[in-house]
Design a protein. Structure first.
Length: 273
């Protein structure tokens, strides 16, 4: 069948007096599916991309906790752990980083909240993605960038059979999480003091049900249902990028690889995240 198709395509090209293309053999009405975004979201897999993510989060955190900004201008151990992924949002026009977040799964070891909190029984023994270092560049499109990052996170969790997303958020960022469907882990919205790696602030521990999200959004007529579930966004490239994720943890000060800084791959790492 493939051969006969190629022969037909060649004949069409010959009749037109030039080499045939897909548009010239009956595909002129083809429209690429999906909604185009002004940004692209992908998994960080080079040192240059990681530097961009570090800068945007240090700048963002510096706006509300200036004393903490300098501490974030370095590669953190969690950035290069085997079970961690860093997502990066970039402007398609300028190439500048406009947002980032980090995902740490519990496939290899407990996440931060699993270590410090007695989680409810329904969260125990399940696949968890702990989200931290959410940061968006200052500008008018911050809400859109944040939403695109969350869709990337949500789709990644679905693909890797993660049931729950955990996060901690300060005010007023916690309200953004709640609008998406996050709920309190602690009773009565009780907060957690997290001085070590969050700028010495009180944060609200939250959880999100990945498996029930689509049903809940649809049944409630949630305004984000179309964006999160129905629309296709080719600019959210996490699945293409995951196949090229870092294969081994990077050590601080490690020697740079040549050219594009892309690190070697290993199937075990891809499966681990």
């Amino acid at each position: 069948m493939l051969q006969s198709h190629e022969v037909r395509a060649e004949r069409v090209g010959n009749r037109n007096g030039r080499e045939g293309t897909s548009n010239e053999i009956g595909w002129s009405g083809y429209v690429r599916p999906g909604e185009v975004l002004p940004i692209r979201i992908r998994v960080v897999r080079t040192e240059n991309q990681l530097r961009k993510a570090i800068k945007v989060r240090a700048d963002a955190y510096g706006r509300h906790t200036p004393a903490f900004a300098d501490a974030l201008r370095i590669v953190e151990h969690e950035d290069i752990e085997r079970s961690s992924l860093v997502l990066l949002g970039e402007s398609k026009i300028t190439g500048e980083a406009v947002g980032t977040l980090r995902i740490h799964t519990n496939f290899d070891s407990p996440t931060y909240l699993e270590r410090i909190l007695q989680l409810p029984e329904f969260l125990q023994g399940a696949g968890i993605a702990y989200v931290t270092r959410l940061a968006v560049a200052n500008g008018p499109n911050g809400a859109s960038v944040k939403l695109a990052l969350f869709k990337a996170l949500y789709r990644y969790c679905l693909a890797t059979q993660i049931s729950w997303i955990l996060a901690v958020a300060r005010e007023p960022v916690d309200r953004d999480f709640v609008r998406l469907g996050f709920r309190d882990i602690l009773p009565n919205g009780e907060k957690l003091r997290r001085p070590a790696d969050f700028g010495d602030v009180d944060v609200r521990p939250l959880y999100f049900n990945v498996l029930d999200a689509e049903r809940d959004w649809r049944s409630s007529g949630h305004p984000l249902y179309g964006f999160m579930v129905q629309k296709v966004h080719p600019d959210i490239e996490i699945f293409a990028s995951v196949s090229s994720a870092w294969s081994t943890p990077r050590q601080p000060g490690a020697r740079r690889r040549p050219a594009d800084d892309v690190l070697s791959l290993e199937t075990a790492q891809i499966m681990a995240v």
